[in-house]
Design a protein around this ligand. Structure first.
Ligand SMILES: C[S@@+](CC[C@H](N)C(=O)[O-])C[C@H]1O[C@@H](n2cnc3c(N)ncnc32)[C@H](O)[C@@H]1O
Length: 195
């Protein structure tokens, strides 16, 4: 009889490998834990029924909790690492979430560039992309593309393990609130930004 490893162990293992092999791109060795995830998704109303874009979904530690919190929302989960994207897709299918959570196995920049004027704009863009490991001009362009994608009143939520790139977010958004989350390994900061 084939014994499958619990899904979370596989997730932790694949994430660790990604964190070691693609250090700069992954920006962590373990997925975000529940205190950080809770902080990240708390501004999204439970009855929100629009589109939510998640950038850098990894193995889906935030994605699945967001889907549970917002059963009426359509979630677009973008992940650049094809192996992590595939794992997330399989996990969503196993949880019967794949009709309302869609995995985009691509770079956030590419995905955001494809969002045309006729696309339904996301009320929330939630990102775990490690901005601190990217060149400054790439961060500036990415943050500008996120701003562009949001409608007035929309919110950009980003976590980081340092405050290095907060200035770039503050340059693009008129309001940025920063909340530390010490109960995460490693501790993190969450930015809540609005135009
Ligand atoms: C710090 S991990 C966060 C993963 C997950 N959201 C979590 O909180 O556990 C960052 C993730 O962003 C992905 N990533 C990095 N650059 C990206 C990009 N340009 N577009 C999409 N995903 C990206 C990485 O592959 C990695 O899975």
């Amino acid at each position: 009889m084939k014994v499958e490893a619990p899904r979370t162990l596989v997730h932790y293992w694949k994430f660790l490998v990604a964190g070691l092999v693609e250090q700069g791109q992954t920006g962590a060795l373990i997925p975000s834990q529940r205190f950080l995830v809770k902080r990240m998704i708390s501004p999204v109303p439970r009855d929100y029924s629009g589109v939510i874009v998640e950038l850098g979904a990894g193995t889906g530690s935030l994605t699945t909790r967001l889907a549970a919190r917002c059963p009426n929302a359509r979630i677009m989960a973008c992940e650049i690492n094809p192996e992590l994207a595939r794992l997330l897709e399989q996990d969503l299918a196993a949880r019967n979430l794949n009709s309302r959570v869609h995995v985009i196995a691509d770079a956030a920049e590419e995905y955001l560039a494809r969002l045309g004027p006729s696309s339904q704009r996301p009320g929330f863009v939630i990102s775990g992309i490690p901005l601190g490991t990217l060149p400054g001009d790439v961060v500036t362009r990415l943050v500008a593309a996120i701003r562009e994608a949001l409608p007035p009143g929309g919110m950009y939520i980003q976590f980081q393990h340092s405050l290095i790139d907060r200035k770039r977010v503050m340059e693009a958004f008129s309001s940025v609130r920063t909340v530390p989350v010490l109960l995460n390994v490693p501790p993190a900061f969450v930015y809540y930004a609005q135009k």
